[in-house]
Design a protein around this ligand. Structure first.
Ligand code: CUA
Length: 164
């Protein structure tokens, strides 16, 4: 078989590149423990009324911890507005009731794919007072682009005054 000189260089370059990627994957998984996110649990997306998602919203569970249950559906989040006090631990539990959606909070390290039947979970502490948008970043149909919401992080006494 005849292999052109330049063809040979390309074969070597491509093989080396693949080798480096494969090594990075293996080192990442073994040394740094990189894992793809797992579902926190499972629910029947057709019967969310029988689950922890029956009454989505923010719950004060004590010790400065707030639990947010949220559902995603074409083309909204419920609730679309989440109020939490600054500095609190906020546990998000989110699921989709129809198709796959996304969930990403600006300026925070939260980025989910919301798969129907899967519960996505994230623990976030908002250290800064302000408003942060969250959006769906997985194409989910005609009105995907309007699917968003707001997290309002308030001063502790301001939050206490308005109440839930
Ligand atoms: Cu939901 Cu895009």
């Amino acid at each position: 078989m005849h292999i052109d000189k330049y063809e040979k260089y390309w074969i070597i370059a491509v093989s080396a590149t693949l080798g480096v990627f494969m090594a990075a994957l293996i080192v990442g998984a073994i040394v740094f423990g990189v894992r793809t996110p797992d579902a926190e649990g499972f629910v029947n997306p057709n019967r969310l009324g029988d689950t922890m998602f029956a009454n989505p919203g923010v719950r004060d569970v004590g010790n400065n911890v707030y639990e947010v249950t949220m559902t995603a559906q074409m083309w909204s989040f419920n609730p679309a507005i989440v109020r939490v006090p600054v500095g609190a631990q906020v546990d998000f539990f989110i699921t989709s009731s129809d198709v796959t959606h996304g969930f990403i909070i600006e300026h925070h390290n939260v980025n989910f794919e919301l798969v129907p039947g899967h519960i996505a979970r994230a623990q976030v502490t908002f250290d800064e007072v302000g408003e942060f948008q969250f959006i769906c970043h997985e194409y989910c149909g005609r009105l995907h682009h309007i699917m968003h919401g707001t997290i309002i992080v308030e001063e502790v006494d301001e939050f206490a005054q308005v109440g839930e």
